[in-house]
Structures are given as C-alpha cells and as structure tokens.
Design a protein around this ligand. Structure first.
Ligand SMILES: [Zn+2]
Length: 82
C-alpha cells in the first residue's frame, strides 16, 4: 500500500512520471487525470532522456586488406634444394 499523492489515501498506487517527477497515484485519481492528459503534452525526444546512455553507433572494425605488391610465389618443380 502506498499513499496516493493526490488523494492522500493508502491504496494500490501506480508510479507515474509527470514532467520529470514521479508520483504515486492510485487508479481512481489516475484515470481522470490520464483522460485530461490524453492528447496533451509533448513527445519526449530521446536525447532529452538523461538516464539513457547515448547510443552511438560503434565503429566497425576495418577488415585487414590484402597487401598489394608481390604476387604469390609458386614453388614447384624447379630449383629444388639438394
Ligand atoms: Zn488517489
């Protein structure tokens, strides 16, 4: 049981975040409030959410490129060591 921030009664309150503050609000108080809030307010932009770590795309590791230059040597047949 949590004391509702709105009506002050100990009820099964829900934790609601409004304008960056958390409130414990029971369903009886929350429902009319939610109806009032419906369609209002602004959508939060992700970058304003402080608790999220900034998600930066990880740099992809570069694949080692084959070194241009010498052609592959082919040993065979000729010049066998004795
Ligand atoms: Zn209440």
């Amino acid at each position: 049981m949590i004391v509702c921030d709105l009506c002050g009664q100990a009820k099964e309150c829900l934790q609601k975040e409004i304008e960056g503050k958390e409130y414990d609000i029971c369903p009886e108080c929350w429902n009319p409030l939610a109806e009032k809030l419906t369609g209002k307010g602004r959508v939060k932009k992700e970058r304003e959410m402080v608790f999220l770590p900034s998600v930066a795309p990880e740099p992809k590791p570069e694949e080692p490129k084959p070194v241009p230059g010498e052609p592959p040597k082919i040993w065979g047949g000729l010049g066998r060591p004795q």
